[in-house]
Design a protein around this ligand. Structure first.
Ligand code: ASP
Length: 463
């Protein structure tokens, strides 16, 4: 089971997480992965920025906030006899963080390697609190730093697990705890390289940690506890009759996550596919709700489009060959190469013909890096006039319509486009891959909400 930041966000929430853990542990061996308490990772990152900018007062203030929040939670959860030791452990974990922050202050720099070493303390603190509380309630538990279990490559800030090595570590460090009926409470978000350098799996990466651990332990199921009732047919803040989907496939869940649905980290499902480990997405604030079941296939086949999601912080980049001297294919290849070089993700890609323009969508915060990489990689083409000036439109939004049942369903795209055009929303670009799982539309930013509502209604996703 994995508990997200809001499910770990206060003493009361930790009590609920502990109860859910104890309930499961009484039925079968259970391992737990936790996020940092809500907002803690943001605060830790903010502290490191202040350290880099040589602002010791701001660093001290943030440290005091972190200390008092975790102290107050421990005081609320634990009896006096256990409290002193736990407060001491909180202080020593925070002292490690402070040492790294001081180093950054001296350097005037914030190397990603040191950031990774520092920011997993949020998860170490929450794991410590949950384990201490569970022990005190009579469910034996042990906090485990995932740096000892999850082995990754050395891409700091966005590492990828090495699953075979992780499996061996899990057998070494977690299996004995499970055999002794002790619940391992692992830190989400972090890992370490094979030679022990601390890494993190990217923001929101605790879901991914949980699926890596589920894989490594051959788990029967993975339960992800969040603060919403499951995966929904649309964002309920945009669409009033959005509904919770009882079940979705791995492919649908991954498409929704990659296209902006916040309920699951996009990389979560990959480690589970091979072993077909099913996932429950559940709400720790509403434990009576069944949640969404995510599995390789649906028990009853879904009809048509089942969910629509959108992303606003995106930018569209368009490139257009200007002469027959160089083929559009070559320019595409070089542009994609530039994107891969800077690790930018292509959210959607569209071209009506390789001789004409093509465009792709990226995250807005990656735009400066992407433009620089494109200009460097295509410098010769630009200089020789083989390419028109690169065009950027950052006033657009991406909409993704998702559903396994869209495959072979003639007329669906027509209905979707008609519904959007009825709202007078112009469609700038369209993409549908041959798997027919997702239709992507790029529309002006101001039209996103109207288009999402129209598509949800047209495809009767709320019924
Ligand atoms: N605490 C980390 C973050 O906020 C990881 C997570 O919660 O999933 O990004």
């Amino acid at each position: 089971m994995k508990f997200g930041g809001s499910s770990m966000g206060s003493a009361d929430r930790i009590r609920v997480a502990a109860q859910l853990t104890a309930d499961q542990q009484s039925q079968r061996p259970t391992a737990v992965v936790v996020s940092a308490m809500s907002k803690v990772t943001d605060l830790l990152l903010d502290t490191l920025r202040h350290a880099e900018n040589n602002d010791p007062d701001a660093v001290a203030q943030n440290l005091a906030t972190l200390r008092s929040r975790h102290h107050a939670t421990a005081q609320n959860l634990l009896p006096a006899a256990l409290l002193e030791a736990t407060l001491g452990e909180i202080d020593s974990i925070l002292a490690e963080f402070e040492r790294i922050a001081k180093g950054m202050q001296l350097l005037g720099d914030r190397p990603s390697r040191s950031v990774d070493e520092a920011i997993a303390v949020g998860e170490r603190l929450s794991a410590l609190l949950l384990a201490a509380y569970l022990n005190n309630q009579g469910t034996p538990a042990a906090a485990v730093n995932a740096a000892r279990v999850i082995v990754t490559d050395a891409v700091f800030g966005n590492a990828t697990p090495l699953l075979d090595l992780t499996r061996k570590k899990a057998a070494e460090h977690l299996a004995p705890l499970l055999a002794a009926q002790v619940v391992p409470i692992l830190t989400g978000f972090n890992g370490a390289t094979a030679d022990g350098k601390p890494t993190t799996l990217g923001r929101g990466g605790s879901d991914f940690s949980a699926s890596i651990v589920a894989y490594a332990l051959d788990a029967a199921e993975l339960w992800i506890w969040t603060d919403v009732d499951g995966i929904m047919s649309a964002d309920p803040r945009l669409v009033h009759n959005a509904k919770v989907l009882a079940e979705v496939t791995y492919a649908e869940a991954a498409e929704l996550a990659y296209n902006g649905a916040k309920v699951l980290h996009p990389r979560t499902l990959a480690p589970l596919v091979e072993k077909k480990i099913p996932v429950w997405s559940k709400n720790s604030f509403n434990t009576a709700a069944p949640g969404t079941y995510i599995a390789p296939s649906l028990t009853s086949p879904g009809q048509g489009a089942r969910a629509v999601t959108s992303m606003a912080n995106v930018a569209m980049v368009s490139l257009e060959p200007a002469s027959a001297e160089v083929t559009g294919t070559r320019i595409m290849a070089r542009a994609l190469d530039a994107l891969a070089m800077v690790g930018a993700e292509v959210l959607t890609f569209s071209s009506s013909s390789y001789r004409q323009s093509f465009c792709f969508l990226i995250r807005q915060d990656e735009l400066p890096l992407v433009l620089q990489a494109l200009r460097e990689t295509l410098a010769l083409e630009i200089e020789h006039g083989y390419l028109r000036p690169i065009e950027v439109d950052d006033n657009v939004g991406l909409i993704a319509v998702v559903g396994e049942g869209m495959r072979g369903s003639a007329g669906l795209a027509g209905r979707i486009f008609t519904a959007v055009s009825r709202e007078q929303v112009n469609i700038i670009a369209i993409a549908q891959g041959s798997s027919e799982l997702t239709i992507n539309l790029v529309v002006p930013r101001h039209g996103v909400e109207k288009a999402v509502k129209a598509i949800h209604a047209e495809c009767r996703m709320g019924d």
